[in-house]
Design a binder for this molecule. Structure first.
Ligand SMILES: *Cc1c(COP(=O)(O)O)cnc(C)c1O
Length: 431
């Protein structure tokens, strides 16, 4: 573990907030009193505009407008309209990205399309390559598709990926920022390596969109998916997004060929004719209420554009994670920093571990109003065997003082042995 130098005082943390040009962005959110929220990487905070907007869609557009609102309120274009806004955050062009379904379902669609393209261009390529500690749903979907389509899913440690790219690789499928460790892949470098080996790339941006700068076009990526309810603040179960590079989008049918991806859904013809471009990745009727909430969430991130946009948010995010990691390392002996200490390799979270315990520490912190979460280790996989304490830092609403106070609370929970109380040691269904 690299040792990070120097801690700061509570007053210095307060001074950093006073000098922070992004501080006003926090006013966009309705945060409960007495909570330090470090779980925006799992479920983003409620924007102040969301309740009124959803209420207006329910009572006005639905209640009064009824079915006319598909046209008059623009419901039918919401997947593209909200998609265009998200596109600005991930380096995609207009009309290249749509909002639909869940991340898992979108992954199925683009991975299937990628396998089809690979098969057509190079039938001997039979491997989907991914990271062993990728998010489970991504691996489950890949496993299912590999079985169905006669491919092999090969899993590796991050450092071993470049060497494993080769003449058998069809698709390199990675989550840009690892959910367990916060480690961020070099998207441009790995995409270039994959392309040099003749493979396609699929990036899951669940922990990236709205958290770190992403430039899909500059990286030359092939496909991407991402999540609406994490750093995009779209609300629980918000719809997800899907992007295909325009060079691929119209080449093949995606497998869930529903009517909303048809070139003329309201022609009601029996034969399927896919829409041009990314719109063919839609399947069924858009979730209008959820899309309205998601748009409010995405707008909270776009509100940073006049203040420097994702680059400014990234600078603050790094300052926050650095501050928290340093304080913890200086004051909590025995905790291991699992996230990279190198800024360039760290997403917007700090993950910690202890050789013996984890879950009760998070429970004790939550009881104090410091909300992070817990991810169980995988005993069958030594590099990921440790239980993880996970703290996400959303620079839109997390302050420097929050990072400082969270570290101080963690120190107190550990030093007093508070985490050993029985109520913190009972396991809930959702960790
Ligand atoms: C959060 C997350 C998901 C969530 O998928 P859902 O289909 O929304 O449940 C998928 N993949 C990654 C990498 C995630 O972090």
């Amino acid at each position: 573990m690299t040792t990070l130098p120097t801690t700061i005082t509570r007053d210095q943390a307060l001074a950093l907030d006073r000098a922070d040009p992004l501080a006003p962005l926090r006013e966009q959110f309705s945060l409960p009193e007495g909570v330090i929220y470090l779980d925006g990487n799992s479920l983003g905070v409620l924007p102040r505009t969301t309740s009124a907007r959803v209420q207006a869609v329910v009572t006005g557009e639905w209640g009064q407008g009824l079915i006319r609102s598909w046209n008059s309120a623009g419901w039918i274009d919401m997947p593209q309209r909200v998609g265009d806004k998200i596109a600005r955050l991930v380096g995609a062009g207009a009309r290249e990205l749509v909002v639909a379904d869940s991340t898992s379902v979108n992954l199925f669609k683009v991975l299937s399309a990628a396998l089809t393209i690979s098969q057509a261009d190079a039938p001997s390529r039979r491997v989907i390559l991914s990271e062993r500690s990728n998010f489970p749903t991504d691996l489950y979907i890949a496993e299912a598709l590999a079985r169905e389509r006669g491919f092999e899913l090969v899993l590796a440690e991050p450092d071993d990926l470049p060497a494993l790219l080769g003449p058998s690789t069809a698709v390199l499928m990675l989550t840009h920022v690892n959910y367990r460790t916060g480690r961020m892949h070099d998207m441009a470098g790995l995409t270039a390596a994959a392309h040099a080996a003749g493979a396609l790339t699929l990036w899951d941006l669940a922990h990236s969109a709205g958290a770190v700068p992403v430039d899909l076009h500059a990286a030359g990526a092939d496909f991407a998916v991402g999540c609406g309810y994490k750093y995009l603040n779209g609300g629980p179960g918000a719809p997800a997004f899907v992007w295909s590079h325009p060079r691929h989008a119209s080449r093949f049918w995606q497998p869930l060929a529903g009517w909303m991806g048809h070139a003329a859904p309201f022609a009601f013809t029996p034969g399927y004719r896919p829409a041009e471009g990314i719109s063919r990745f839609l399947c069924g009727t858009p979730a209008v209420l959820s899309l309205a909430a998601l748009e409010c969430g995405v707008d909270t991130v776009l509100a940073a554009e006049p203040l420097g946009g994702m680059a400014a948010l990234r600078a603050k995010s790094l300052a926050l994670t650095r501050l928290f990691a340093r304080q913890v390392q200086a004051t909590c002996p025995g905790l291991i920093l699992v996230s990279p200490s190198d800024d360039a390799a760290r997403g917007s979270q700090v993950c910690l571990a202890h050789a013996e315990w984890g879950y009760p520490v998070i429970q004790a912190l939550i009881a104090r109003g410091v909300i992070g979460d817990f991810r169980a280790g995988d005993p069958t996989h030594p590099p990921a065997a440790l239980d993880i304490l996970r703290f996400g830092f959303t620079p839109l609403y997390v302050r420097y003082i929050d990072a400082w106070d969270a570290a101080e609370n963690l120190r107190q929970v550990l030093q007093t042995g508070e985490w050993q109380r029985p109520e913190f040691n009972r396991r809930n269904a959702v960790t």
